[in-house]
Every structure is written in structure tokens, then in C-alpha cells.
Design a binder for this molecule. Structure first.
Ligand code: GDP
Ligand code: MG
Length: 401
């Protein structure tokens, strides 16, 4: 009896131990798997290790964050720096400017054909009622053509529709082409001053609000001029940040154009502009391109800074060209900024940048009318050769493509 009882007890005990061990073994892999991961995520991304064990959500994030993140940048950074250093010795051969707008037409067309297509669709629809004409107007206004030009264009189209009942695509396209071209005004002189004047270089001052693309434009323009075998000097009169001068210098170095700059943050921009013009005269350059800062909070500030640059530069040579850089995507807001600049310095030409990213090509017409000066260059991308002389016919054809 007693023996049997002992046997039962031993068996029960063994079973109990087996169950406990089994349960423990069953539970551990789950928790153990997580806890093994925990020490890794814990040091970096989770400053509070407390809540981790019970929230499954923490693990994927912690794991992903911790795995390659800390090591990868360490490996990549020095490489990035090394990669950036060598490109200077080999000079790039920039694209010639001739026919660039034709070549970049697809960029312009991509964003602006909606305008052309919309107009053509409306005008060839037949039975043009008041509502349809309103739609034509809205389409033009949405493209930033401006109220005056829109009214003119609609009036002209209405009278042509009234006189000649045709609605066929080719005829309407022809009317639109003629009218749009007239609005863009092919008669304006769009040449950028880039020839020596007597015994001195041409002086070009580039102005505009921060971020519109001034430095990029100066860099691209330098390339256009180098492609025309011009000797160019750049002046980094944006002295607010050393990085701005670095940016310009990099553009110049790629095509072998020297940059006059200061290495001191906040140096006098007029002094840098003066030195650049002086270098241009001494080195018998064809053109001096002066990049300026855009952090101009108000009109007085603007007058002080640009006025001083102008005065100081003109002690040596008159400024032949003042290019206002305008971001085409900023619409009416950009136009107001343009007016302020025009009231402070005499603008002689407009550079319309970022036309690749907007369907608001009508701004070309609006800004020319507002300021009475021609759009001379257009920016159609961030690439080094994505700046083109503005060609009214190619522009209108791209819209109606
Ligand atoms: N898509 C596009 N981007 C442009 C164009 N022109 C300039 N940018 C970009 O606009 C940004 C500001 O340019 P930046 O020259 O530094 O402006 P800044 O402050 O007036 O000197 C940069 O990222 C340029 O690459 C253009 O024509 N098209
Ligand atoms: Mg700049």
C-alpha cells in the first residue's frame, strides 16, 4: 500500500515537474525572443525601456531603427565628401544656348498644354454661350495671364468667332496663336547685356526675393556665356551666409569662371560687388555677373542694400543690366514683389524661373505688362543647362502643342 502510495506520489511529482517545465519552456521562447531584441533597441531609440516588454509595437520600430542606422551614415559620410571634392579639375562643356527653348519645350508643354488644350476644347465646342466664354476667361485667369490681358484676348476671340463662324481646330488654333503671340509681344528686345562696352565689361546685377533662383540663374547664365566663349567673372554679393558664396563659386568652378567673394559672413555686399567689377575690368572680362541677397524685409531695407551696391559699383562702371528673378509658381504674390523691386532699382529684364513646375505660363504676359520690361530668360529645371533665352514663338507653340 505504502509502496503504491509512494509510486503514485513520485509519478504525480514527476508529472507536476514535467508540466511546470513544459509550461516554462512553452512560455519562454516568446518572451525570450523579444527580450533578446530589447537590449539592442533600448540604448538608441528608447530612452524609456519600461513599457517595451509588453507592447509588441515597439519591437519592429526599435529593430529597424537600431540595425543599420548608426553604422550607415558613418560609412557614407566620408564617401560623400570624397566624391564632392574631385569634380573641379575637369571643366564642363556647357550646352550652347541656341534653340534651348525648343529643346526644353517638352518641359514647358507638360505644365502648360492644359491651358492650350482647355482653350481649344472650349472654343471648338460649338454653340459658345456666355457660360462657355466665362470658362474661357477662368482658364486664362487661372494661368495667371492677368485681368487686362484676359479681357483683351477674350474680346478678340469673341469678335473673330462672331465674324467667322468656323469652329475647326486649325482655325481656332491659328487665332489663339496670333493673339497669344501679340500679348507676349515678340517685338521686345530680349538680349542680355554680355558684350564689353568700350574698354570695360558689361555689368549685370541679379536681384530678387530669396529662393526665387538668383544664384542658380547666375550659375546657369555663366554657363550660357561660357558656351558663347565669353570671359565671365562672378561676384558673390550675397554675403549673408558663406554658403551662398560657396554655392556660386561651385557653379563658376564647373565651367572655369572665377568668383569674387568674401569668406566672412555678413561682409559688405557693396564692397564685394565693387571688387568683382574691379577684377572684371583688370582681367578684361566680357561680363561681370553680380549675385545679391534676397533677405530684404521691407522697401527701406531693400533700397539701402541694393541702392548702396548700385552706387558703389557705379563708381567704376555703370550697371548695364538689372535682371529681376521671379519664381513663376508664386503668381500674384510674385508680381507684387516684382513691383517693389522695380520701384527700388531700374529693372531691365526679367528671368522667370520654375516654369517647368507650373501651369501658370500666363505670368510671362502679366509681369511684362506690369513692369514694362521683357522676360529675357526662363528657368525650366534645376539642371545646369535648364535656362533658356525666352523665345515668344517657341513659348506660344509649346502652350498650343
Ligand atoms: N524646378 C526648378 N527649380 C529651380 C529653377 N531655378 C532655381 N530652382 C531651384 O530653386 C531653389 C532656390 O534657388 P537659389 O538659386 O538658391 O535661389 P536664391 O535664393 O534666389 O539664390 C534651388 O533649389 C534651385 O535648384 C528652375 O528653373 N526650375
Ligand atoms: Mg542665392
Amino acid at each position: 500500500m505504502i509502496d503504491q502510495l509512494w509510486e503514485y506520489l513520485v509519478v504525480a511529482g514527476v508529472l507536476l515537474v514535467a508540466i511546470v517545465v513544459g509550461l516554462a519552456a512553452f512560455l519562454r521562447p516568446g518572451r525570450g525572443g523579444r527580450t533578446k531584441d530589447l537590449p539592442k533597441p533600448a540604448p538608441k531609440p528608447t530612452p524609456t525601456p519600461g513599457p517595451c516588454p509588453d507592447t509588441g509595437d515597439d519591437h519592429p520600430t526599435g529593430g529597424v531603427d537600431t540595425l543599420p542606422a548608426p553604422t550607415e551614415p558613418d560609412v557614407l559620410e566620408p564617401d560623400d565628401v570624397l566624391l564632392e571634392e574631385p569634380p573641379t579639375p575637369t571643366l564642363e562643356r556647357p550646352d550652347s544656348a541656341r534653340g534651348r527653348l525648343q529643346r526644353l519645350r517638352a518641359r514647358l508643354a507638360r505644365s502648360n498644354t492644359a491651358l492650350g488644350k482647355g482653350l481649344l476644347a472650349l472654343l471648338t465646342r460649338g454653340g459658345l454661350d456666355e457660360a462657355a466664354w466665362e470658362e474661357v476667361e477662368d482658364t486664362l485667369l487661372a494661368a495667371d495671364l492677368g485681368v487686362d490681358a484676359t479681357t483683351e484676348l477674350v474680346d478678340s476671340l469673341r469678335s473673330q468667332v462672331a465674324v467667322d463662324g468656323t469652329r475647326d481646330d486649325a482655325t481656332v488654333r491659328g487665332w489663339l496663336r496670333t493673339d497669344l503671340l501679340a500679348l507676349v509681344d515678340p517685338g521686345m528686345d530680349r538680349a542680355v547685356a554680355s558684350h564689353r562696352v568700350g574698354d570695360r565689361p558689361a555689368i549685370v546685377l541679379v536681384v530678387g526675393v530669396n529662393g526665387t533662383g538668383k544664384t542658380t540663374t547666375v550659375g546657369k547664365l555663366a554657363r550660357v556665356l561660357v558656351a558663347e566663349d565669353k570671359d565671365v567673372i562672378l561676384g558673390a554679393a550675397d554675403t549673408f551666409r558663406a554658403a551662398a558664396a560657396d554655392q556660386l563659386e561651385t557653379w563658376g568652378a564647373r565651367v572655369g569662371v572665377p568668383t569674387v567673394r568674401s569668406h566672412k559672413d555678413g561682409a559688405d555686399p557693396a564692397a564685394v560687388a565693387f571688387d568683382a567689377v574691379k577684377a572684371g575690368i583688370e582681367l578684361e572680362a566680357d561680363v561681370v555677373l553680380l549675385d545679391t541677397a534676397g533677405r530684404l524685409h521691407n522697401k527701406t531695407n531693400l533700397m539701402d542694400e541694393l541702392g548702396k551696391i548700385k552706387r558703389v559699383v557705379e563708381k567704376q562702371a555703370p550697371i548695364d543690366e538689372v535682371l529681376l528673378v521671379l519664381d513663376a509658381t508664386t503668381g500674384q504674390n510674385g508680381l507684387r514683389q516684382a513691383e517693389v523691386f522695380a520701384s527700388v532699382v531700374g529693372i531691365t529684364g526679367i528671368v522667370l524661373t520654375k516654369l517647368d513646375g507650373t501651369a501658370k505660363g500666363g505670368i510671362v504676359v502679366a509681369v511684362q505688362r506690369k513692369l514694362g520690361v521683357p522676360v529675357k530668360l526662363v528657368g525650366l529645371g534645376e539642371g545646369p543647362d535648364d535656362l533658356a533665352p525666352f523665345d515668344p514663338e517657341a513659348f506660344v507653340d509649346a502652350i498650343l502643342a
